[in-house]
Design a binder for this molecule. Structure first.
Ligand code: CP3
Length: 343
């Protein structure tokens, strides 16, 4: 069993395993090289050899305990008939913003689509990755992916998005249900190609009230978890309902995920006294603190390890590595964690 799987199964390991969200990315010169040769971010995602190479770059450099497949949560929108591209300045752009004009949703099975390339990246990477390291497959949670589809890219007003979802409820729920189906299919494909842990990213879950959170975050996520566990009960699933505050408790109890990633805004003692009693947590150094480095980072790491070390814990960030993070800070981060001893 990999170290990460042991911890998610409830084993306490000191020092804890480490991996970071966006550990492969623009802060690494070797990533920037492959990325510029690939022509575009999407080309890179759909080139299994190159995507596998960048997936492994942070493992070679920092010896993290897990690799996360290099891809993006938004690739899947093309299977529902929406065109996606990435703009250097604006980030993701989905043509046909639904707020302006509704579009009939199509449904293209994973097995007939370019997403099969991601499966090839998974199997190529699994062959090269050490046996005791995990390979994390992932998807975006339906609500978060839907916000990009509704708005045609990163949303500037979530209120508008939520209002649109209520005003077009039937259409919206059809989209959420299709996202549940296709995401489950996609994750099962990644598992069959060699992913041994799954992470579900719900970056925008924190903008919803309790009712919408239940209907659009908890219920769809629970369905995805059930679809996976019915087929592969041993596969561990990490949920990331970012910024949802005290709703983390409901999320843990009702979705049946095996672990949650927590964001840096969450109170540490709440995480320790409440969430760690319910599940395994991963977190939650702020990406800004990693970028600053030095004593600020060291203090935060030690405090985090002291606080969460009584239970099984995964060390990481509350969100993705920022692109101007010095590589040396990441080296130091890993070094501090690996040298940590519990008194
Ligand atoms: O974590 C990893 O190392 C694995 C790969 C990964 C990427 N995106 C690569 C990426 C993962 C797991 C994601 C998830 C993702 N993508 C999320 C959920 C997590 C989060 O960050 O909140 C979201 C919301 C997206 C959508 C997305 N992708 C946005 C908004 C952007 C533009 C902003 C940015 O950082 O550039 C992307 C682009 C993206 N996804 C990049 C990478 C490495 C940068 C693209 C580049 O190299 O040009």
């Amino acid at each position: 069993m990999t170290i990460l799987n042991k911890v998610i199964s409830g084993e306490k390991i000191t020092p804890p395993p480490i991996w970071l969200m966006r550990q492969a990315g623009r802060y690494l010169p070797e990533y920037r090289k492959v990325r510029s040769e690939s022509g575009s971010f999407l080309n890179l995602c759909y080139s299994p050899k190159l995507a596998s190479e960048v997936t492994l770059q942070p493992i070679d450099r920092f010896d993290f305990d897990a690799a996360i497949i290099f891809a993006d949560i938004l690739l899947i929108v093309e299977n529902l008939g929406f065109n996606l591209h990435f703009n250097e300045k604006k980030g993701p752009v989905i043509e046909n913003c639904l707020i302006n004009q509704k579009q009939i949703i199509k449904y293209q099975k994973i097995k007939n689509s370019p997403l099969l390339k991601i499966g090839e990246t998974v199997s190529l990477t699994r062959k090269k990755l050490e046996k005791n390291k995990s390979l994390i497959g992932f998807c975006g949670a339906p609500w978060t992916v839907a916000t990009y589809i509704i708005n045609g890219g990163t949303t500037t007003s979530y209120e508008k998005c939520i209002q649109w979802a209520h005003d077009n409820y039937e259409y919206f729920m059809e989209m959420i249900n299709l996202l549940v189906e296709i995401s489950s299919e996609y994750l099962i494909m990644q598992i069959e190609a060699g992913a041994d842990i799954i992470k579900i990213f719900d970056t925008w879950s924190g903008v919803l009230n309790e009712n919408d959170f239940n209907d659009w975050v908890i219920i769809p996520t629970h369905k995805i978890v059930q679809n996976i566990k019915t087929k592969y009960p041993h596969i561990k699933i990490i949920g990331f309902p970012k910024n949802c505050g005290y709703l983390y408790e409901d999320y843990i109890k009702k979705t049946s995920v095996d672990a949650v990633a927590v964001d840096p805004d969450l109170d540490m003692l709440y995480c320790k006294n409440t969430l760690q009693k319910l599940t395994v947590i991963q977190g939650n150094i702020s990406p800004e603190v990693l970028r600053i480095g030095g004593d600020t980072m060291k203090k935060d790491i030690i405090k985090t390890l002291d606080t969460f070390g009584d239970y099984s814990f995964i060390m990481g960030l509350g969100h993705g590595v920022l692109k101007d993070t010095p590589v040396n800070n990441v080296l130091e981060f890993v070094d501090i964690v690996r040298k940590y001893k519990r008194i």
